[in-house]
Every structure is written in structure tokens, then in C-alpha cells.
Design a protein around this ligand. Structure first.
Ligand SMILES: Cc1cc2nc3c(=O)[nH]c(=O)nc-3n(C[C@H](O)[C@H](O)[C@H](O)COP(=O)(O)OP(=O)(O)OC[C@H]3O[C@@H](n4cnc5c(N)ncnc54)[C@H](O)[C@@H]3O)c2cc1C
Ligand code: SF4
Length: 1008
């Protein structure tokens, strides 16, 4: 028998003399090509994963390649420092945070090294994102089967670490079933390729001796001593994820060392490369959704449904649906669900759509023939199917931070039982939750008996934490009594590791300890997780959090407070996706965790925690992390928990600059309304300073602007001057005609002098057109066009008499006192209009979004502010809401680039509806942010990122568009980015509509 140093108790977290850590950092820097980050901000950034736990790492390493990973492990070994390899950090059980050197392989080690179509396998580096591999494999009709909900950003290394599963594990098994070979590295520096080991090969390897031979001998010995116990004690269910995979060492499973290591959560080896199995991907899929009277009945039907061979079988309950409604999430998908209070999603796959649908039909026929048949909808439209899937896929986010509900957390979120007993488990689990006064939605991979929930544990108080412990212990006993697994998907980490003896018994626990010791006798690989663990109720992030009281400029009515806002990020990691959507443009450009919404939220949390980042709001590290946030607000709408980083950034900057001078450019860009007001009288002079060298060169140098950028030129005459001039002229002519300018509502459109108005009848409905700084001073043709469109739609158009500004540019610079003042001025000046219910119509999405968002952050309880918010609209939104979209006919093609704030705070559907009605053929780009984002892209230090963001999708799409294609965008920044980099003419939607009207616009309005 081989003996190994076996650790039974949790280790004391690594503590080393600062000199040792400094020396380790220096060694890593000397030996690695990649980044080595031991600064406070980087350590803070990686202090937690998606779990409840927080442990500050020793430092972070971003290896460039495999040699770097090997060198990093060697340096750690020499210093005796523990190691934790990490992918996207979306682990939910605490296995991805530790007092260790974190080796983040996601940034650079993400190559797909080859796809072997004949053998149906792919060789990959561990940092490859699952969907990248799936996209490549789909080209040859193959796929990687297990697909966690995080498939757009989780890494293969992390999936191997956690033994991840997903909807299609019904079809293709867990990750362990899909790993053929691993190229691994032990802490003591042995690199080897492991996989299935036929008996003769096993004998040969052991005979060769050395460390490799000793490892194999240890594994064989372990198998021989514990094999029978493994056979009898391991639950025979599809989703046993807890514990080490000792069953793969059994001869009947091919002594598969690679698969035995899957699910070892970084506690045994570092995976350098993997050869993974690919399976045929059914080209056609149908989705049948069944609605039952409750989720238990849905679970009871799993056996019947499974017999029909679905490739995916998921379940959701009424709590998830209720919470999604409360958060106004996935409204379209919710509306499509068949009647019920518990639902099964049944997906069938086939080579033809007819076959996929006929499989669903057969199941429907069978169910209809039974008493108590569920309601059923078979989805044929791919868009509808996508909407319905979104309800299930966003479950974790949808059930987190629900207004009016207590906060809920992971901790008992992925147990699995035999699918045949799922209904019974759900009933008993709910009963247990009720005994503890806990609530939570129940949903998950019902076809494999795996159930997710987030529960409103109190993880703050001693009593609450004690109750949490009692609950998970009882829940564990319940699952074990039903022949289940404590983890059916997310792994053991720290949440479940302590409970494993209840499931496996002491003898198998000893086998697990020995398995760990064979690979990592010094316990340096992710110590204290999965085996010989830390307690499940220590290192709790929420318990540790004692933020100071902070006087904030904004109110946090949804979050509670700024401190609560920093807790809102639960680590889902959606801001790490790079394949579409808008969040988060800076991460899409840099691929660096510090530039994710999550990273920023964490740094703000750590700033308030004050343990690693100790300078509070003066912290340069936090400022640096926020620096590349473009304040696009994409996170506000795309992040499942609604992290509103643009607001938190503005709040931070306001505090950071207290009693500090801001850069000159903050005053130049932030106070653009003042400069515009001056330039309105002498635009030519202003343009000398911004357009004519050497004056413009000096101005740009003083403002630290990128030399590649042009300052926008002031228009010869602002919209406001023309408009009010038109009004005066009209009043004068009315007087000459003997009319009175005071009789009835004055008609204020500059188009008064047009030959004829297109609008029918008298203008009874009055609107205020908002002359935002960009359209007023720089692009008045847009505002004129909008006035024409509103006029044609039958409205009497007016503008505010005073020169008002919403203050949008101030937010980007954290000038919140001034921004608040602007809004007070608006509320005072427009008091009567607001009270009278006059609609305010805006043209610049970022300005309209001030009235939607920031206004209520300043004045959450002010009825006038609420009223103003309710009656402010974007142009197309207003036209659609009032049913006045003009009958404009447009011919040709267009590509539409939505401004980020339009996606986040307004309604993009209205633009689409208006363009559709006009008959234009168009494509809406999924380009995310344009990269200009106010002043951001003009600034020298942001220029490169600005261009990377723009060049991702938007700018290439514009360049590829035919010369007669309209490029449509409503944002000033987007327009500048496009025109300055491609030279293409850009259209605001108001201009397009006006172009189709049978009227002459104000001179110069049609082209500039
Ligand atoms: C909203 C949400 C939904 C989720 N849904 C699912 C789901 O449907 N199914 C599912 O299975 N999981 C799910 N998860 C959990 C998680 O996303 C998956 O386990 C995912 O595969 C982890 O990938 P990652 O890249 O984030 O790994 P990480 O969290 O970075 O790492 C996971 C583990 O693998 C280890 N590891 C990483 N790289 C290596 C390496 N190169 N060598 C050795 N060890 C390594 C780490 O040390 C860690 O222990 C969900 C999580 C969230 C937040
Ligand atoms: S506002 Fe935009 S850039 Fe800033 S964190 Fe959110 S998604 Fe990223």
C-alpha cells in the first residue's frame, strides 16, 4: 500500500512574511511574459467568485501561454505559496476564491488548438470560452454537449474544474463524460497527459517509476482498496457532481485518470490543455412548453416526458415567473408561456424540423390522452422560442434582488435526486424551507433531477448564520435519504464540502483525502476547498461587510444605499461576454477582469470594506478601474441584477474630486451648455478656436484631446435662434395681418414660413421640443427636422423659453452638484408646463435618459420630478405612444445603430416600429457602444479603447455598407464616431422621417 500525507482538517490560510511575498512577486515578474499583479486593487478584484465567500488572494498572474503557467506554479512552489487556477470565476460554491496566487488563464490562454472532425474531438487551452468552441464545432455539425447557463463566458478549464452540466446534459452527459484527455501539471512540477489507461499501459507507467509512476501506483492502490465501496456508495443518478470522481478509476470505466480529475475544482492539478469530446448537434430543434397546476406536478411528469427522448428538459415554477414580472424582465417570453403555475421546457432535436416537431407532437398526443393533461404550446417561431428560453436562462438574475423581496443567496442551489423522485423532493424541500421561513424559486434541470434555488438566508447575523447552517444540514440529510447528491452541478467548493461526510460516509471521505494527497501532498492546490475544507459559515462576504455611512448625492431607491448597490453584483459574469449585446464595451475591448462591470462593482465594494483598499473615495485604484467605464448604462439593462455602474461611477467621481481640481477637459466638456450659449452669438469665432490651426491645436493640447479627433464645429445658427426668430417673424406678420399674437396658442414652428404645412387641422396638442446642446448648437438640422415631423403629426411645437440643459455631460465627470442644479432649474422653469402635462420630446437619447434615470436618483420622492419623467419622451416613442407616426414613405436600405442609452433606458422598439411603417429595409446592428460615449473617445488616454470598441462591429459594418445605404443613429457621440472615422453621412431618425415629408425644411437642414 502506498502512503500519502493526508490532510484531514482545514488548513490555516497561507500567511507569509511580506518579504517572501515581495520576493515571489519579483520572481514571477522576472520569469513570466504575462502580467503579474500583486497590488491591492487586483487582489481586491479577485477576492470573490459568484459565491457567498470572500478571501483575498496573495496576488494575481495572467499567464501569456502554457510555459507561463508552468513557470508561475514553479515560482509559487519555491515560495510555498498556494495556487488557484481560474477561468471566468463564475463558481457558485466558493471554490474560486482563496488565499493563494490566482492564475487567471482566461485572458491569454484561450486557443482552440484543433478540431478533429473524424474523431469528433477538440484540443483546447483551458481559457477557451465554451461558446467559442461551440461556434467552431457547429461549423462541422458538432457541439460540446454540457452547456451551463454561463455558456457565453464560462471557460472550458472552469467547466472541467467544476464538472459542469447544462440543459443538454440530457443528451450528452456532464463534462466528465466529454473529456478524453488532459494535459496536466502537478504542484510539484510534473507535467503529463492523462486519459483512459488500459491495464498494460497502467503497468508500464507504474513500472517506469518516478513521480508519474508513483501517482499511477497510488491511484491503482486507491481503486483496489475503495473500488467496491465506490460501486455501492456512489449514488446512481445522472447528476452526482459532489466528491471526487473515483468511479472513473474503476476498471469498468477504463481507469480514466482524466475523467477522475474532472470536478476536482483546482484542488489536485492545473489543466494546461484538454482533448474534449464533441457530439453531433441536432440541426433542427423544437421547443414544447407544458404548463401544470404547480411545479410539483411538473416534476412528477418528468418520467413520462423523458421516455420520449428529449435533448433538453428543464423546469420552472411560478415564483420565477412572478419575480420576472416584478422586475419587468422577459415580458415577451412570459406572455408566451402556456397557462399554468409550473412549467416544463421540452426540447427535441432531429435532422429535419418536421421530425423534431413530430416528436413533440407524439408527446403531446400521449399527454392529452391522460387525465389532468397540462396546457401545451409548441413554439415554431425562432424569435418566440428565444423569448421563452430567456425566461429560464435568466432565472438566477431574475430571482436576485427582486423589489419588495428579501435578498437571496446561493448555499443550497444545485442538489440533485433521482429524477423519478423529483416531485417528492420538491415538496419536501419547500416544506423544509417553510419551517425555516425561507423562500426561493425552484427551477432547473428537471430531466436530470437537479434543482436550483436561491434562498433568503440571513448571512449577516449570528442567529441567521446558525439557521443557515441548520437548514443546509437538514437539506443535505433529505437529499442523501433520497439517494441524491448535495451538488448536482456547481460543485462542492466551500458551501457543500463540509457536508460531504453525510453523503459519502467516513470511509469514502478518507479515500477522497488520499486521492487529493496523491496529486498534491503538500495541500497547496486550492486548499480548504472540496476536501479538508473551511467551514461553510466562515469567510462569508456579507457577514464581513461593515461599510461606513456615506452621504451620497444620488438616492438609491432601488438598491437601498450605495453600499447595497455594491453588493448587488452576485458575480454572474455576463459582463464578460464578448459575442454580442452591449455590456460591457470596455471588457470587450480589453478582456481584462478589471474592466468588467463586475470588477468595478467589486472594487467599489472593497473600497467600502476598507480592508485591502484603504483610501476610500480618494482611491486611485478605484478611479483607474472606473476610468474605462463609458457610462453607457448597458449594464443597467443587461446585467441580470441591474448594476447601474454609470451612476456609481458618477457618485464616486463626485466624491473623488471633492476639494481637488478636475482636469481642464472636465470643464470644457462638462460645461458645454455654457460654451454653446456663448458661441451661439459668435459661432465663427468659436470655430476659429476649435477648427483652425494653430488655435485648435493649442485648445486640443490644453484639453488633452486625442490628435486623431476633430472637435465638432458649431453650426452657423443654432436651432434655438432660428426657431425663436421664426416665432418673432410670425408674430410680426400676424400683427400686420391684424391678428394678435396672444390670441390662442401661438404657433412656434420655424416652419411657419414654409409654403404649406403637411399637418391636417388646427394644432390643438402642444409639445415642447427639447433643444439639447448637441442638436441645438452643432446639428440644428436634426431639431428642425424633428419640429417638421411633429408639425406633420399634428402637434403645435414649442421650445422652453429659458436656455435649459439636462446636464448630461456633467455626469461623466462626476460634477453632480452642478448636474443637480440644472435639474432644479428645469423643474422651476417648466413648473407650469409640467403641471399642465405638456409632453417634452427629446432627440438625444442620452439627454432623454437623464429625465428617465438621473432625475429620480436626485429627487426620488418629488411628485413634480416624477411627473416630468412620465411626460418626457424620445421622438419615436412619442409618435408611437400618441399614434401619430406620420405617413412618411422611405425607400432604400439602412443600418441602424442604437445609442446605448436608447437600449438601456428608452425603447428601441419604437424606432423599429417607425422605420418599419416608413417601409425602409433596415438592419439593427448588435454593436453595443460606439466607443465615443460623450467626451470619452475624444480624450487622448481613451482614444485606443474608443477605437477598439468602435471597430468591434459598428465601424466595419458602416464601411461595408453600400454608399446609398442610410446610416442611422440618434446619438451625437455615435454620429461623431462614425463620421470622424469613416466619413459617412449619418442620419438621425428625425431627419429620415422629415426627408419623406412633402415639405421644405429650414435652409441647410437637409444636408450639412
Ligand atoms: C448565473 C449562473 C448560472 C450558472 N449555471 C450553471 C449551469 O447551468 N450549469 C453548471 O454546471 N454551472 C453553472 N454555473 C456555475 C459555473 O458557471 C460553471 O461551473 C462554469 O463552468 C464555471 O466556469 P468558469 O470559467 O467560471 O470557472 P471558474 O469559476 O473560474 O473555475 C471553476 C473551478 O475550476 C477550476 N479551474 C479553472 N481553470 C482550471 C484549470 N486550468 N486547471 C484546473 N482547475 C481549473 C477553478 O480552480 C475552480 O475551482 C452557473 C453560475 C452562474 C453564476
Ligand atoms: S456603464 Fe457600460 S461601460 Fe460602464 S460598466 Fe456598465 S456596461 Fe460597462
Amino acid at each position: 500500500m502506498t502512503t500519502h500525507a493526508v490532510q484531514t482538517a482545514a488548513p490555516a490560510p497561507f500567511s507569509a512574511d511580506a518579504r517572501v511575498v515581495r520576493a515571489l512577486e519579483a520572481t514571477l515578474r522576472a520569469r513570466l511574459k504575462g502580467e503579474v499583479r500583486f497590488d491591492a486593487a487586483s487582489r481586491a478584484l479577485y477576492a470573490t467568485d459568484s459565491s457567498n465567500y470572500r478571501q483575498v488572494p496573495i496576488g494575481v498572474v495572467l499567464p501569456r501561454d502554457t510555459d507561463d503557467i508552468i513557470a508561475a506554479v514553479a515560482a509559487c512552489r519555491e515560495a510555498g505559496a498556494p495556487v488557484l487556477t481560474r477561468g471566468a470565476g463564475t463558481s457558485l460554491a466558493g471554490q474560486c476564491c482563496n488565499v493563494a496566487v490566482i492564475i487567471d488563464v482566461s485572458r491569454h490562454c484561450h486557443a482552440i488548438l484543433g478540431i478533429d472532425t473524424d474523431r469528433r474531438q477538440a484540443r483546447i487551452q483551458p481559457g477557451v470560452v465554451l461558446d467559442r468552441l461551440r461556434d467552431e464545432a457547429e461549423r462541422v455539425g458538432l457541439t460540446f454537449g454540457p452547456d451551463p447557463a454561463t455558456h457565453r463566458w464560462c471557460t472550458l478549464g472552469g467547466m472541467i474544474g467544476n464538472n459542469s452540466c447544462g440543459v443538454h446534459s440530457v443528451m450528452a452527459g456532464k463534462t466528465d463524460d466529454n473529456v478524453n484527455e488532459l494535459d496536466i501539471l502537478t504542484y510539484d512540477g510534473v507535467r503529463m497527459r492523462v486519459g483512459a489507461t488500459p491495464p498494460d499501459m497502467l503497468d508500464r507507467i507504474i513500472g517506469e517509476g518516478g513521480r508519474r509512476g508513483a501517482i499511477y501506483a497510488g491511484l491503482r492502490d486507491l481503486r483496489d482498496r475503495y473500488g467496491d465501496l465506490v460501486r455501492t456508495r456512489f449514488p446512481k443518478i445522472p447528476r452526482r457532481v459532489s466528491g471526487y470522481n473515483l468511479d472513473f478509476l474503476l476498471p469498468e470505466n477504463g481507469f480514466h485518470v482524466a475523467r477522475a480529475l474532472v470536478g476536482s475544482e483546482g484542488t489536485c492539478v492545473t489543466v494546461l490543455e484538454a482533448m474534449v469530446r464533441l457530439v453531433p448537434s441536432p440541426p433542427y430543434r423544437s421547443l414544447l412548453v407544458l404548463g401544470f397546476d404547480d411545479v410539483y406536478l411538473a416534476a412528477d411528469a418528468v418520467g413520462t416526458v423523458t421516455a420520449f427522448g428529449p435533448i433538453g428538459l428543464e423546469g420552472i415554477d411560478e415564483v420565477l415567473v412572478r419575480h420576472s414580472r416584478k422586475k419587468n424582465l422577459n415580458a415577451k417570453g412570459l406572455a408566451l408561456l402556456p397557462e399554468g403555475q409550473g412549467w416544463l421546457y421540452v426540447e427535441f432535436g432531429a435532422d429535419t424540423m418536421a421530425e423534431a416537431e413530430s416528436r413533440a407532437q407524439r408527446l403531446m398526443d400521449e399527454l392529452r390522452a391522460r387525465p389532468g393533461a397540462p396546457s401545451m404550446t409548441l413554439f415554431r417561431d425562432p424569435v418566440e422560442t428565444q423569448h421563452v428560453w430567456a425566461v429560464r436562462e435568466s432565472a438566477l438574475g431574475a430571482t436576485s434582488f427582486v423589489p419588495g423581496e428579501s435578498k437571496n443567496w446561493e448555499g443550497w442551489e444545485d442538489a440533485a435526486v433521482p429524477p423519478a423522485r423529483l416531485g417528492e423532493y420538491l415538496r419536501r424541500l419547500r416544506q423544509l424551507m417553510a419551517e425555516f421561513n425561507y423562500t426561493g424559486s425552484l427551477y432547473g434541470h428537471f430531466g436530470q433531477g437537479c434543482v436550483h434555488t436561491r434562498i433568503n438566508f440571513d448571512l449577516k447575523t449570528t442567529g441567521g448564520i446558525a439557521a443557515y447552517r441548520r437548514f443546509v444540514e437538514e437539506a443535505a440529510d433529505l437529499v442523501v435519504s433520497m439517494g441524491g447528491s448535495l451538488s448536482g452541478e456547481h460543485g462542492d467548493g466551500q458551501s457543500r464540502a463540509e457536508l460531504l461526510p453525510r453523503m459519502f460516509g467516513e470511509e469514502l471521505m478518507q479515500a477522497f483525502r488520499e486521492f487529493k494527497a496523491i496529486w498534491d501532498p503538500d495541500n497547496k492546490m486550492n486548499p480548504g476547498k472540496l476536501i479538508s475544507p473551511y467551514r461553510l459559515d466562515e469567510h462569508l462576504r456579507v457577514q464581513q461587510f461593515r461599510p461606513p455611512a456615506v452621504n451620497t448625492q444620488f438616492a438609491y431607491p432601488v438598491e437601498g444605499s450605495l453600499a447595497d448597490a455594491t453588493l448587488r453584483c452576485v458575480g454572474v459574469g455576463k459582463c464578460r461576454k464578448t459575442d454580442g449585446g452591449a455590456m460591457c464595451p470596455s471588457f470587450m475591448a480589453t478582456h481584462d477582469e478589471q474592466h468588467t462591470t463586475r470588477g468595478r462593482a467589486r472594487l467599489l465594494f472593497e473600497m467600502l470594506q476598507g480592508e485591502v483598499i484603504t483610501e476610500g473615495f480618494r482611491s486611485e485604484a478605484v478611479k483607474d478601474a472606473l476610468d474605462l467605464c463609458l457610462s453607457c448604462k448597458s449594464c443597467k439593462s443587461e446585467c441580470p441584477t441591474g448594476v447601474d455602474m454609470a451612476a456609481y461611477k458618477a457618485e464616486f467621481l463626485a466624491r473623488y474630486y471633492e476639494r481637488r481640481r478636475r482636469p481642464l477637459r472636465s470643464y470644457a466638456f462638462g460645461l458645454i451648455n455654457h460654451w454653446g450659449a456663448l458661441a451661439e452669438y459668435v459661432p465663427w469665432l468659436a470655430n476659429v478656436f476649435t477648427q483652425v490651426p494653430p488655435f485648435s491645436t493649442i485648445v486640443r493640447w490644453a484639453l488633452d484631446m486625442a490628435p486623431e479627433r476633430r472637435m465638432p464645429a458649431f453650426a452657423p445658427r443654432s436651432f434655438r435662434r432660428t426657431f425663436l426668430g421664426g416665432q418673432t417673424q410670425e408674430a410680426r406678420s400676424k400683427k400686420q395681418e391684424g391678428g394678435s399674437s396672444n390670441s390662442g396658442p401661438s404657433r412656434l414652428s420655424p416652419l411657419a414660413s414654409r409654403p404649406q404645412s403637411t399637418a391636417p387641422g388646427p394644432k390643438s396638442r402642444r409639445v415642447l421640443l427639447w433643444p439639447d446642446c448637441s442638436n441645438n448648437y452643432f446639428h440644428p438640422e436634426v431639431a428642425h427636422a424633428a419640429a417638421a415631423v411633429l408639425d406633420a403629426a399634428g402637434f403645435q411645437v414649442d421650445i422652453p423659453r429659458e436656455r435649459l440643459c439636462c446636464g448630461r455631460p456633467l455626469y461623466d465627470h462626476g460634477m453632480l452638484t452642478a448636474a443637480r442644479r440644472r435639474l432644479v432649474e428645469i423643474l422651476e422653469s417648466l413648473h407650469a408646463e409640467i403641471e399642465a402635462g405638456t409632453p417634452i420630446v427629446g432627440l438625444e437619447p442620452s439627454c432623454v435618459s437623464v429625465f428617465r434615470d438621473e432625475l429620480l436618483r436626485f429627487f426620488p420622492d418629488d411628485p413634480l420630478a416624477r411627473k416630468l419623467r412620465e411626460q418626457t419622451f424620445f421622438l419615436t416613442e412619442f409618435l408611437v405612444k400618441t399614434g401619430t407616426v406620420p405617413d412618411a414613405r422611405l425607400e432604400g436600405r439602412a443600418i441602424v445603430h442604437p445609442h446605448c442609452h436608447e437600449r438601456a433606458s428608452l425603447c428601441l422598439d419604437d424606432d423599429i416600429a417607425v422605420l418599419k411603417k416608413a417601409g425602409l429595409e433596415f438592419t439593427v446592428l448588435d454593436a453595443g457602444c460606439c466607443g465615443m460615449a460623450g467626451a470619452f473617445g475624444f480624450e487622448r488616454d481613451h482614444f485606443d479603447v474608443s477605437m477598439q470598441v468602435g471597430e468591434r462591429v459598428l465601424l466595419p459594418a458602416v464601411r461595408e455598407a453600400a454608399s446609398d445605404t442610410f446610416i442611422v443613429t440618434n446619438g451625437f457621440s455615435c454620429r461623431e464616431q462614425i463620421t470622424q472615422t469613416t466619413g459617412r453621412r449619418v442620419w438621425h431618425i428625425a431627419e429620415l422621417l422629415a426627408r419623406a415629408l412633402p415639405v421644405e425644411l429650414t435652409p441647410g437642414a437637409r444636408h450639412r
